[in-house]
Design a protein around this ligand. Sequence first.
Ligand SMILES: [Zn+2]
Ligand SMILES: [Zn+2]
Length: 244
Amino acid sequence: MRLHIINSNSDGNCYLFTDNEGNTLIVECGVRFEKIKQAMNFDCSKVVGCLVTHEHGDHCKGVKDAVKAGLDIYASAGTIKGMKMDSHRLNTIEKGAKFSLGPFDIIGFDVHHDVNEPLGFLIRHEEMGTTLFLTDTIYCDYTFPGLTNVLIEANYSQDIIDDKLSDNRFLRNRVIQSHMSVETAIKTLKANDLSKVNNIVLIHLSDRNSDAKVFKKRIEDATLKTVTVATAGLTIDNFNIYPF
Ligand SMILES: [Zn+2]
Ligand SMILES: [Zn+2]
């Protein structure tokens, strides 16, 4: 399995999971669709679908053009409503119900963000095992058995916002009440059995309230796992069930 990150921050989010057969699952459509096409060499024929966690622009701004290009979008009923669009290509995900897109099995679960019905995803594929996709949430209510790869938000750290946003209570509260801190990411990871995890990818770092180097080190020290900070254009080739 190959993971390609088109972008990962509050400007836009989009992640491509491509298996050995070329089947591609798109997670988040928060960049211009043109960029997604480019990343796939303008061939969308092997896209099995596109999951969207919620209706904020940095997660869904490309949906309109993706739909026009014939891609199927999957999101909660609340998110579909929030996107204010009408198309037979918008498919509703029922929380907790497993569904399949090509060789990918998916379960959506509820998270805590400042929108109607945001979701996180568990994505299974025989090449990569069980992957957790968790972003734009204050914390996570669940633990997940048998994880092999994790993408998790590490938006800010407590000390950085205490320092930088001490005189902007409104913005500070908005961040705390909608995004995951690196401290909570550590707690969330440690609440799960990580013994089979090969990759931890930190996503959606805030431009001003994060420090990529420090966050990577903190998560490495806490988990003793391979940690990568998501950056635009990055590819991880062995996003697999086994570490080889
Ligand atoms: Zn976001
Ligand atoms: Zn959001």
